[in-house]
Design a protein around this ligand. Structure first.
Ligand SMILES: O=C[C@H](O)[C@H](O)[C@H](O)COP(=O)(O)O
Length: 226
């Protein structure tokens, strides 16, 4: 699995050109991309800036020597590169296993080209088949939102931390509800619906945002395009 992640991460480098501003995604697959990007910037003396989507990607960019800029310091983002938890046949995504979905969506929505890196185990026929949809919520509203979400035929669970007592706290100081749907018929509609609940900051359905998905398979990298 790690080899497949490295292969797609390496393939993503072919989209990188000098003078680009690049959205830096979060997660284990993207972390390989950041390493390779740092190597390439150094070897080819490229003038590239990265816009991090999380504390994780910011720290990795510092470690790998990728110059960084905040979103409000750049005029535009040329490409963004990130992993995903699920990809459906229309290239709609679920993201947010790492709780970084809000900043990821903010940056990737604005990228000229959004490139997604996955291995083939992430491909599904219908979003929500394997993974819950993470929803970032204002802490005071978590219980009310969890109850409201049941109208969508879904169950919401507060995500608990592993190396801290109590719930996961996002980079923005919020909680995460992991929402397991019975069925998601229309990802774009559900993405919009969830965000209309007061107290919801953002949700992990990324409908109609991905431009290119690079899929790592034992036979090589497959390129899916919208
Ligand atoms: O919040 C985390 C992100 O959405 C990740 O990009 C996503 O979970 C994929 O991560 P990985 O490449 O580690 O499977």
């Amino acid at each position: 699995m790690e080899e497949l992640k490295k292969t797609v991460a390496m393939e993503a480098l072919s989209f990188v050109e000098d003078d680009m501003v690049i959205g830096l995604g979060t997660g284990s697959t993207t972390s390989y991309f950041l390493k390779f990007l740092g190597d390439r910037i150094r070897e080819e003396e490229l003038e590239i800036y990265g816009v991090p989507t999380s504390h994780q990607s910011r720290l990795l960019a510092l470690e790998y020597g990728i110059p960084i800029r905040a979103l409000d310091e750049v005029d535009a983002i040329d490409i963004a590169v990130d992993g995903a938890d699920e990809v459906d046949p229309n290239l709609n995504l679920i993201k947010g296993r790492g709780a970084a979905l809000t900043m990821e969506k903010i940056v990737e929505y604005r990228a000229g080209t959004f490139i997604v890196l996955v291995d083939e185990s992430k491909l599904v026929n219908r979003l929500g088949e394997k993974m819950p949809v993470p929803v970032e919520v204002i802490p005071a509203a978590w219980r009310a939102i969890a109850e409201e979400i049941e109208v969508f035929n879904a169950r919401a669970e507060l995500r608990m931390a592993k190396k801290k007592d109590g719930p996961v706290i996002t980079d923005n100081g919020n909680f995460i509800l992991d929402v397991k749907f019975e069925r998601i018929d229309d990802p774009l509609d559900m993405e919009i619906e969830l965000n209309t609940i007061p107290g919801v900051v953002e949700n992990g359905i990324f409908a109609d945002i991905a431009d290119i998905v690079l899929v790592g398979t034992p036979q090589g990298v497959k390129k899916l395009e919208r």
